[in-house]
Unconditional design. Structure first.
Length: 204
């Protein structure tokens, strides 16, 4: 999976895009009560009162936390969370199996896979993708710790397989991304990977 770590917009263009600089938005959030409001409430106020684009709502919210030095127990910011989903005409087990062997992954994620598909196992390929397999629940979930050195290492990934009639919704959630470049780059990469997965499974 090739990853282009590039943000969809330049964070420093907030003034032109939203009418205020990030520093001015941070002052506004302080006036509302600050981080104690929580991301959801801050995001809702940015939407309801200012009609901001979702990309800028998330960016202002998370960059505010970074500016205030808010971190989790591991000393890192909570950061960005991205999600990629795809509805595939196949059973959950068939979608899960597309992750379960090196030849299967080679068909859609990238070439040259070496895979130990077990709890505590690992994944790596020729594109530089690296992950530790944390927990497998066959046909339901795959939990990874992403370890690619140049693309958000030590960040959690969860892959869910949810039946929906004759289809399965495959949802990939990647968390703890520390900057907008990582978030947007990985969102695009996972989305493109799921497009290839769908084509691979449905195309036979």
């Amino acid at each position: 999976m090739r990853i282009d770590l590039k943000a969809d917009h330049i964070v420093g263009t907030a003034a032109a895009a939203t009418g205020r600089t990030l520093a001015q938005w941070f002052e506004q959030i302080d006036g509302w009560g600050g981080a104690a409001l929580g991301r959801r409430e801050i995001g809702q106020r940015l939407l309801d009162g200012h009609k901001l684009d979702p990309w800028w709502i998330a960016t202002i919210n998370i960059e505010y936390e970074a500016a205030k030095g808010l971190v989790e127990k591991d000393g890192r910011a909570k950061g960005y969370t991205i999600c990629a989903t795809k509805s595939i005409k196949a059973a959950p087990d068939a979608c899960y199996d597309a992750f379960a062997s090196a030849p299967a992954l080679d068909r859609w994620l990238g070439g040259g896979h070496a895979l130990d598909f077990a709890d505590g196992g690992s994944l790596r390929n020729a594109d530089g993708n690296r992950a530790q397999i944390k927990k497998l629940s066959p046909g339901r979930t795959i939990k990874l710790i992403w370890q690619q050195p140049d693309a958000a290492p030590e960040t959690p990934v969860e892959i869910k397989f949810a039946p929906a009639g004759a289809k399965t919704t495959v949802m990939i959630t990647h968390e703890r991304l520390q900057n907008r470049d990582d978030a947007d780059g990985l969102r695009r990469a996972w989305g493109e990977a799921l497009d290839r997965l769908k084509q691979t499974i449905e195309g036979g």
